[in-house]
Design a protein around this ligand. Structure first.
Ligand code: PEP
Ligand code: MN
Length: 355
């Protein structure tokens, strides 16, 4: 793909490019208040969801078309560029008709090639030239993500960027959506000219994770960040746990360190990201294991069985020490790890008995 810069005229050409605004447009007042506060913090691109994909029916599904005229007003009164998510042909027609400057495609849509083709066709029909930002699909499939962008490119749009918003997982984890950093790293290797924007709000799902995730994205040389910001986050109609006020956003942005892109420590950073990711999965797996241990404790209690069954303990240790050799890890080290895990499991089971 021969891509052009996604920087619109007048946008500061410096990393990171920042897109900020509420998860959803709720009321004209909320849209305008948030926009004015963000503009005062020198944010140049405003985001707000007009049509909201919700997991279950009955929730707030966005204000729809009236919200587009609030975005026009933001543009008029603050001078910011405005952006929103499109998921259907009708959204594209409406958004372009209302002069929305930048469109993004959500994670549920980029996972669906039929929907992507429908959007690409609609964009072509309108003559919209971009920028169009494509979020990673909910499932960790790099080819699907690239395919989604190729469909947009084939519609004659060359101002394309990717948004990394993390990947769904069934297991409880520290994150709302697992970052799986190796996927955007591989994307960058495959398409070196494609700008990548980090979405720490949807990866983390909580305010406290915005700063560390943004820093991680910058350390990987991302081009920009899209961050949810609301004038009154606690009363937001969607994604309230992950939204911050414009003040807090500005504070976070000021703490970020933008490193020299030509630094040679980049591969070290990538390796560290991988270590962090593995530690995250260790943490998640251990938490899950301990939950299951407690269930076993419950079962043993109900069936009057003893907590410690030595034969099972020996079996686990023997099997794992043996497997350690097969995967090239010191069996003594593996034994120490499994002893510690088993000891904690027993403690959890006894804890259940004492409840
Ligand atoms: C959003 O940006 O508000 C959104 C719905 O994101 P995603 O598609 O990443 O879930
Ligand atoms: Mn959101």
């Amino acid at each position: 793909m021969e891509l052009e810069s996604i920087l619109l005229p007048g946008i500061r050409d410096q990393r990171p490019l920042i897109i900020a605004g509420p998860c959803s447009a709720e009321t004209e007042e909320q849209v305008m208040n948030t926009a004015k506060e963000l503009a005062a913090k020198h944010i140049q691109i405003y985001r707000a969801g007009i049509w909201k994909p919700r997991t279950k029916p009955g929730g707030f599904e966005g204000v729809g078309t009236p919200g587009l005229s609030w975005l026009q007003k933001v543009k008029r009164e603050t001078g910011m560029y405005v952006s929103t998510e499109v998921a259907t042909r009708a959204h594209v027609m409406e958004a372009v008709n209302f002069g929305i400057d930048l469109l993004w495609i959500g994670a549920r849509t980029s996972a669906n090639p039929f929907a992507m083709q429908e959007l690409a066709d609609a964009l072509k029909e309108t003559g919209f030239k971009g920028p169009v930002l494509v979020k990673n699909p909910v499932n960790p499939d790099l080819e699907l993500w690239i395919g989604a962008m190729e469909r947009i490119y084939n519609a004659g749009i060359t101002k394309i960027g990717a948004i990394h918003r993390g990947f769904s997982s069934y297991d409880k984890s520290l994150y709302r959506n697992l970052p799986q950093w190796h996927i955007p790293i591989e994307l960058k290797r495959r398409l070196p000219n494609l700008p990548i924007i980090g979405d720490p709000s949807h990866i983390g799902g909580k305010r406290e994770l915005i700063a560390p995730l943004s820093q991680q994205a910058l350390d990987l040389n991302y081009d920009g960040l899209i961050i949810e910001s609301h004038c009154d986050p606690d009363s937001a109609w969607s994604d309230k746990a992950q939204q911050v006020t414009p003040d807090v956003l500005s504070f976070i942005l000021n703490t970020l360190v933008v490193r020299d892109t030509k630094q040679t420590t980049e591969s070290l950073t990538e390796l560290r990201q991988q270590i962090d990711e593995i530690d995250d999965s260790l943490l998640t797996a251990l938490a899950k294991r301990m939950r299951i241990s407690r269930e076993i404790g419950q079962y043993k209690q109900e069936h009057n069985m003893p907590v410690l069954q030595t034969s099972r303990y020996d079996e686990i240790l023997d099997k794992r020490s043996q497997q350690a050799l097969e995967v090239g890890v010191d069996p003594n080290f593996m034994k120490t790890v499994f002893e510690a895990i088993h000891e904690e499991s027993i403690r959890q089971q006894i804890d259940v008995l004492n409840q």
